[in-house]
Design a protein. Structure first.
Length: 273
């Protein structure tokens, strides 16, 4: 297996860069080959999420990256597509998500890697993106891959605990047998179902803010305004959901307050074509 390891897809998320540096310094030998990439060096130098457009939205069939990110996405496509079997894209979040892995495809290597991580590092949660449909995220550069997302952490800083947390996952995967079989029915995951936007003049309710992966039930307070008026959660299909990326700083530009998920078994994600 040849694995591409990506840091600084978003230039103000430093954890991935430090992990890439650490892999070079530690100079260990592994069963699987790997190469590290600093995805967006100009954004990293400027300490911004992106320069002209979001590099982590550059790899779908309809994606139209701009300027610097067009140049970087073209470079990464040339370097990675056809040359690597698996991709690990390292991110951080300002929300209180803890340690998570995000799956956007149903390739067996992706699913097995997720199960391996969950078995050996149970504090990680598995997040599934919309039934594994074609997506525009960086792992789209390879047939199989994962996004690693850790938090909470402010932009443009480093937490040693996050660096070592991610580093141990990656070093374990570099020695992982991607052909090992797993019973996917045993593994719990959170499947994204909807993005919620801020109602005008409202904040995220204090009962929800900072409580990623908590149960959010129909009728629970969701937003509140300066007049102390409350909007409660409602949904026409689900009585209980689980919010993630609550109050994520990077999502404010799109007026996104959070995403909501259902909880399911990994096997059902595979079956739902």
């Amino acid at each position: 297996m040849k694995i591409a390891i990506i840091g600084a897809t978003h230039g103000n998320e430093f954890t991935g860069v430090e992990v890439c540096k650490a892999l070079a310094i530690r100079n260990k030998s592994f069963k699987n080959e790997f190469k590290t990439f600093i995805a967006n060096p100009l954004a990293y130098e400027r300490k911004v999420r992106y320069v002209d457009s979001d590099l982590n939205r550059a790899y779908g069939e309809s994606s139209k990256p701009l300027g610097n990110e067009k140049e970087r996405s073209d470079f990464l496509k040339k370097e990675i597509i056809g040359n690597f079997d698996f991709l690990l894209d390292i991110h951080s979040t300002t929300s209180s998500m803890g340690s998570t892995i995000i799956l956007a495809d149903k390739d067996l290597k992706t699913l097995r890697a997720a199960c391996f991580i969950k078995d050996n590092f149970p504090h990680y949660r598995i997040i599934l993106i919309a039934n594994g449909e074609d997506h525009h995220f960086t792992p789209n550069l390879t047939k199989a891959g994962l996004t690693i997302e850790v938090g909470p952490i402010a932009n443009n800083i480093v937490k040693a605990s996050h660096v070592f947390d991610v580093l141990q996952i990656i070093e374990a995967l570099l020695d992982f047998d991607f052909d090992k079989d797993y019973d996917f029915a045993k593994y719990e995951a959170y499947k994204e179902i909807k993005v919620l936007k801020y109602p005008e003049g409202y904040f995220i309710h204090p009962d929800i803010d900072g409580n990623d992966f908590c149960e959010l039930k129909v009728g629970d307070p969701l937003y509140i305004n300066a007049k102390n008026e409350v909007i409660t959660f409602s949904h026409n299909k689900y009585d209980v959901v689980y919010p993630i990326f609550i109050n994520e700083a990077a999502y404010l530009e799109k007026n996104i307050s959070m995403e909501i998920c259902t909880k399911d078994k990994l096997i059902n994600y595979i079956k739902n074509e």
